[in-house]
Design a protein around this ligand. Structure first.
Ligand code: DX5
Ligand code: ZN
Length: 218
């Protein structure tokens, strides 16, 4: 079994010192830096745009995993790619042509992820999975940190089985309400990459390393 990787969501960081926070989670052992982009339209919250991603880029060499909760999405992909995103994930509900969006992301030389809301059926993957590098299963309705984990364990397993059937390496990321306890369930059902905001940032910088380890089950 491959070791589980942790992607702290900077949504729960101190926004007054984001660069410092990114350096702190990098040093504390984060594998990816998860960046939640919200537009106040696709989800009822506003966060950050490509300018902030660009400003954060020099603070870490780790993978910038950019989760776009915006609609429309296509017109912003190039900007996020130029800002330094490594993986760009979007929701299929963000536009009419998910296949085109995947091709746009790949055309920018970036890895493409598809994010599934709790109510989004997994069959949206049927004709897209062969082009994806990451599948994000949301275990909260997107928009806010600090929500309770929705136990979509059969769905995680279903996605894991679909990934296995491709024979390709695709990250199975779970995002929302991840704690050391819910992490165990997500991983035992096939997740290999966990996003966590509250559970990483809750105690301030002195707790980041301990919190990341706890999510790995160490
Ligand atoms: C929710 C975001 C998540 C969120 C996770 O819309 O996609 O990445 O920040 O936060 P926690 O871990 O607090 O549920
Ligand atoms: Zn996210």
């Amino acid at each position: 079994m491959t070791a589980v990787r942790i992607a702290p969501s900077i949504l729960s960081a101190d926004f007054a010192k984001l660069g410092e926070e990114v350096r702190a989670i990098d040093e504390a052992g984060a594998d990816y830096i998860h960046i939640d982009v919200m537009d106040g339209h696709f989800v009822p919250n506003l966060t950050i745009g490509p300018k902030v991603v660009k400003a954060l880029r020099p603070h870490s060499k780790k993978i910038f995993d950019v989760h776009l909760m915006i609609a429309p999405v296509d017109q912003y992909i190039q900007e996020f790619a130029d800002a330094g995103a490594d993986i760009i994930s979007f929701h299929p509900e963000a536009g009419a042509h998910a296949h085109r969006t995947v091709q746009m992301i790949k055309g920018c030389g970036k890895k493409a992820g598809l994010a599934l809301n709790p109510a989004t059926p997994t069959d949206v993957l049927d004709h897209l999975i062969d082009d994806l590098d990451l599948i994000l299963v949301m275990t909260v309705n997107p928009g806010f940190g600090g929500q309770k984990f929705i136990p979509l364990l059969n769905k995680i397993k279903d996605v894991a089985d679909r990934i296995k059937a491709t024979g390709r390496k695709i990250d199975l990321q779970v995002d929302g309400g991840i704690t050391p306890e819910t992490a165990k369930h997500a991983v035992s059902h096939g997740a290999n990459l966990l996003v966590a905001g509250t559970a990483v940032f809750k105690d301030g910088p002195s707790g980041y390393q301990k919190n990341i380890k706890a999510l790995r089950g160490e």
